[in-house]
Design a protein around this ligand. Structure first.
Ligand SMILES: [Ca+2]
Ligand SMILES: [Ca+2]
Length: 105
């Protein structure tokens, strides 16, 4: 019974959370996947993003520079689109650094 009460309480908190929309220079993409990860270990979350712009497929890592500024680090990833839940951070080689896994067309 405790678990059910906790879940209901958490759900209520999420429903009434106060969010503020921010403006960034991130591209408009569709058929996208995004994932947060702190790839540079500076304590803030960076973005891994794949998807489709008006003119190309993209797979990019954006470094969080603070103040809503995200900079494309030009990671050299193959542009992909239409991957379903297919952008992930993980330390696959256990060296302490985040790696990326992306899949798509
Ligand atoms: Ca970071
Ligand atoms: Ca690693």
């Amino acid at each position: 019974m405790r678990k059910i009460i906790f879940v209901i309480s958490l759900f209520t908190t999420i429903l009434y959370a106060d969010f503020t929309e921010i403006s960034t220079a991130l591209p408009d993409i569709c058929f996208s996947n995004v994932a947060w990860g702190d790839y540079d270990s500076d304590g803030d979350l960076d973005i891994l993003m794949t998807g489709e712009t008006d003119s190309s497929y993209v797979s990019r890592v954006y470094r969080n520079d603070g103040s809503n500024v995200f900079t494309d680090i030009e990671a050299g990833l193959l542009g992909l689109t239409r991957g379903k839940d297919a952008a992930r951070w993980g330390d696959y080689d256990n060296d302490g650094d985040l790696d990326v896994l992306i899949c798509g067309t």
